[in-house]
Design a protein around this ligand. Structure first.
Ligand code: FVH
Length: 284
């Protein structure tokens, strides 16, 4: 028996299996495309022919595939095994999989990896886990090979909530940067020259997040130096400038729309944080 099995040897699964091998663990690996196991086998992993074999090869199996549909295709019952699903999933997909695992006498941990493959096994990596707390403690030593272990609760979908929330924030930042870069290029400037100013500005604005978070939790959005009304009046300029430059505005229109709706709904004097409340229940 191996210490751990890894199913799915894409960019991330290979990094996870590599970190386990670096940690001196006996690792069984499986991948649909067989060739992808070769570099790990060369480093000491044992490859098996089927996903079912891998799930039964160790007390804990780490699954990291493209999506939930792929996971569903390969899963087989393996009573006694802890299934650690690090595939990007929705909370409901994780809860359903946890129910399936319980029906197979398996324990389940949902996970959300907050790292790109080169970060795995470094102090910069962390992984949210939720689900069976005893299983997490039993396998903590192995899971710590990937990065910091952040256990966030018994609900198997909780890790996915946090994973997807952090990804949402990331895509907001990248979307804003990409539109800004297109605007800069359209203005005849190299993006490389302006990037340090963008990074400095984003870093300064990130300083507002703790106060915004507190306002969102309390529902009190009255404290502000940059009210929604002011922002709703300024925002169309960036849309207009983009259109003048022939740019698509798909990445930046939704925020302008929400600001206008917030003003129309009587929230002009509030802080920008009010928009999080307004997104809930389709209130604007
Ligand atoms: N790479 C990243 O930056 C991010 C970081 C955060 C976490 N994500 C999530 O991790 C999951 C895997 O991502 P990946 O980067 O390893 O993705 P790929 O390199 O494209 O590898 C995909 C693996 O999934 C296998 N696979 C896909 N469909 C099936 C299927 N129907 N049956 C069996 N296996 C399947 C694929 O196998 P193959 O194509 O080599 O045969 C790869 O092993 C993902 O959820 C990210 O969102 C990564």
């Amino acid at each position: 028996m191996s210490d751990v099995a890894v199913l799915g040897l894409g960019a991330m699964g290979s990094a996870l299996a590599g970190a386990l091998l670096d940690g001196g663990h006996a690792v069984t690996v499986w991948n649909r495309t067989v060739d992808r196991a070769a570099p790990l086998v060369a480093r000491g992993a044992s490859a098996v022919a089927t996903a079912a074999d891998a799930l039964r090869a160790a007390p804990v199996a780490v699954v990291c595939l493209t999506n939930d549909a792929a996971v569903r295709e390969i899963l087989a019952g393996a009573p006694g095994t802890t299934l650690v699903n690090l595939t990007n999933s929705t909370p409901e997909q994780d809860r359903n999989l946890a129910d399936w695992a319980a029906g197979q006498q398996m324990t389940y941990l949902g996970g959300g990896i907050m790292a790109v493959p080169p970060m795995i096994g470094t102090p910069a990596a962390s992984v949210f886990y939720s689900g069976d707390a005893d299983a997490l403690e039993r396998h903590r030593g192995l899971l710590e090979r990937f990065g910091r272990v952040d256990y966030v609760g018994a609900d198997p979908g909780r890790a996915a909530v946090l994973d997807l929330a952090l990804l949402t924030a990331m895509y907001g930042m990248f979307g804003g940067f990409l539109h800004a870069a297109a605007l800069i290029r359209a203005g005849g400037l190299p993006v490389v020259g302006v990037e340090p100013a963008i990074t400095a500005w984003l870093t300064a604005m990130a300083g507002a997040l703790p106060e915004m978070a507190a306002a969102i939790d309390s529902g009190d959005h009255s404290e502000t130096t940059s009210a929604v009304r002011m922002q709703a009046l300024a925002y169309p300029h960036l849309l207009e400038a983009s259109r003048e430059s022939g740019l698509r505005t798909a990445l930046v229109e939704p925020m302008g729309d929400l600001l206008s709706r917030a003003v129309a709904a009587g929230h002009g004097d509030a802080d920008l944080s009010v928009l999080a409340d307004l997104l809930r229940d389709g209130r604007v």
